[in-house]
Design a protein around this ligand. Structure first.
Ligand code: ZN
Length: 314
């Protein structure tokens, strides 16, 4: 089976998001349980009674799946949903794993994930994120949860919500007298996860406020190549990510190959609230702008913090 090709790829709050929205008008390609071939495949309704208003972000966990090393868990779940029709009636907005996120639904449309039917607030008013983990707490679990926290934080900010509108599937289940323990791997440390999402919200809000247009320095001022060993990064520096770098920092997301091969990045921030930023025990810098290799135009960057030892000044 061929892997899916996303319709669009964007970087959102440091997460690579690949869009493959289930098309409007999609129908079941086969009979599946109570669903008959040819019947409507997704709800095709807007959230909150048709207004499209996003009121919460709902977090779920689902397990890892075996797949070719050339693809990801999130791609596999997305493909199983559409076009393969192998996910029963589960429809979520995002699947996220240790590498990337895949978007299956428009953010303002109704999904099917909270077990509260056509009229419940879980399905009816929220964006659903399925965070793919196996509960071992290994590096991939940590990175998946980190990507999930970034995505959730970005969505809460985007829709003017607070971290109190970050909710679990369990919340919606209990509202109906149920006890569906989901997200099973995150719920045991839910308060910690929520604090992390809040911290990302603060960070993203602040980096928007602190970003100063036009502060990039002329690269010709300093044309001496500097080795990674003694390099002291500065805002405006143009850098390449070292080819051997695997994750942005210990415990952070994996760095997609195209981020290393296809772009020169520009450092846009080195301090947060006046202090150097430590992640995974490493001092990090923010890559807020990028330039395609061979191009000249400075465009929006991956907006991700990276260990300063993993970059080389150009
Ligand atoms: Zn769930």
């Amino acid at each position: 089976m061929a892997f899916l090709t996303p319709d669009k790829t964007r970087i959102f709050c440091g997460v690579t998001v690949k869009e493959k929205i289930i098309p409007d008008g999609a129908v079941w390609q086969k009979d599946s349980g109570v669903y008959k071939k040819g019947s409507k495949y997704k709800s095709e309704r807007l959230l909150s009674g048709g207004t499209g208003e996003v009121k919460y972000v709902t977090i779920h966990n689902t397990g890892r799946v075996s797949h070719s090393p050339q693809t990801t868990d999130a791609e596999q779940y997305t493909r199983a949903t559409w076009p393969n029709c192998n996910m029963n009636d589960v429809r979520v907005h995002y699947y996220v794993d240790s590498v990337e996120a895949w978007q299956n639904l428009k953010e303002n449309e109704v999904g099917w994930h909270s077990g509260d039917g056509n009229t419940g607030p879980g399905n009816g008013t929220t964006i659903a994120i399925e965070c793919i983990m196996n509960g071992s707490g290994d590096d991939d679990d940590t990175a998946s949860e980190d990507n999930c926290a970034r995505l959730a934080a970005g969505l809460l900010l985007k829709y003017g919500l607070t971290h109190d509108e970050l909710v679990s599937h369990y919340k919606w289940s209990r509202l109906r007298g149920g006890s569906k323990y989901c997200p099973a791997y995150i719920l045991p440390h839910w308060d910690q996860f929520k604090a992390k999402v809040k911290a990302y919200m603060d960070e993203f809000r602040s980096s928007e406020e602190e970003e100063q247009p036009g502060t990039a320095t002329d690269p010709s001022e300093d044309d001496t190549p500097t080795g990674a060993q003694d390099y002291v990064p500065a805002v405006g520096d143009r850098i390449k990510i070292l080819p051997e770098a695997e994750r942005y920092y210990p415990g952070g997301s994996r760095i997609p190959q195209w981020v290393k091969d296809d772009y020169i990045h520009v450092i846009t921030q080195i301090l947060f609230r006046g202090k150097p930023v430590q992640k995974g025990g490493k001092t990090c810098v923010l890559l807020g702008k990028k330039i395609a290799v061979g191009g000249t135009e400075v465009i929006a960057g991956i907006n991700t913090w990276i260990d300063q030892q993993l970059i080389q000044k150009l």
